[in-house]
Design a binder for this molecule. Sequence first.
Ligand code: ADP
Length: 409
Amino acid sequence: MKVLVLNCGSSSIKYQFIDTAAQSALAKGMVERIGMSSAILTHQPLDKEKIKIVGEILDHSIAIEYVIAVLLSPNHGVIKDKSEIDAVGHRVVHGGETFSGSVLITDQVMKALKDNIELAPLHNPPNIKGIQATKEHLPETPQVGVFDTSFHIKMPPQAFLYGIPYELYKKYKIRRYGFHGTSHRFVSQRAGIMFGKPFQELKIITAHLGNGCSMAAVDHGHSIDTTMGFTPLEGLIMGTRSGDMDPSVILYIMAKEGLSLSEANTLLNKHSGLIGISGESSDMREIEEAIAEGHKKAKYAFDVFTYRIKKYVGSYAAAMGGLDALVFTGGIGENSINVRKEVCRDMGFLGIKIDQTKNENVKGETDISASDSKVKVLRIPTNEELVIALDTQQIVSEELTSARAASSH
Ligand code: ADP
């Protein structure tokens, strides 16, 4: 099946056109600066030259029209007819408590997505716009929603409830949801394959470390706890987000600096984390470069970042009552030798030991554990788009099978 995977943000759309049989992308690209007269579409077909188009793209509907047009383009395209797009899979950020897995988009699902807007006011509206725009241009093509939250939705109440009045959970659905679910699911399944055992038999900690960072405790195939919470702000230190802190701190800063709600939100989400502490950069490569040049605050940022991960490794091993594998993924997890080294330093008491030569020479999925490490330490490149494509294929195939069965009765 050929699946168009869409990740629609407020001013950008990332896409991949994936052949699920080959498990590879026939083309990938991105539309940026949607809403502006100088929007940019970058399109990279497999085995053909990359192209860049600059022009006016005022909304998501026009952006998707462009994406379909480049996929069909005689010079840069990969299909001859729209009908070759068998299905469209959307990354949807927040499924709330409604969705415990990926779903075929129906009118009922659209209503539920709209009901969840309050929980993800920045992310769900562009996801919804993307689905509506796709329907305009590909009215007959099935669409599937794959949620960042659904892998975590079976967390037990002890992990998802906050220590605030229970009525607030009931009234406003304030609880831990967790995000990056497609990535945590994918890498924990891959870890099982590398381990030679189904992930349903293992205790795995996954660390997705990108611009956004989160960890999950994946116990026998289920996420039983994760570091992101009601929003993606909680947990680890990230590029620009604070992660965990005493909630009173923000009340204090708001009072002292006279910040509005929206300014406080911006401070925590955009000016904190690596950039906030270092004053240098939100990008781990640049933090590591700054440390090499002797910047003290960059070193603090690195230390707070890695120490927080270390603490969660300990707490999730305790939560699961043991640990079989620790997985690093995301731009930082896959590429930063120093972050992996620092997180795993002096963790022998938990059975975690890495082989430094292996850690320095990773390629693709790599086992970096020392030969006497009880816990396997794995570097696994994530592939969220592939998960979305495969989920889409599975759901669309099931729908087709049940539609055929119904029509034959
Ligand atoms: P996103 O969460 O936006 O998908 P990525 O997963 O691509 O982001 O991760 C981006 C992060 O990965 C940045 O902090 C970047 O510095 C970091 N990164 C990429 N390559 C390296 C590297 N070689 N060493 C250290 N950090 C790296």
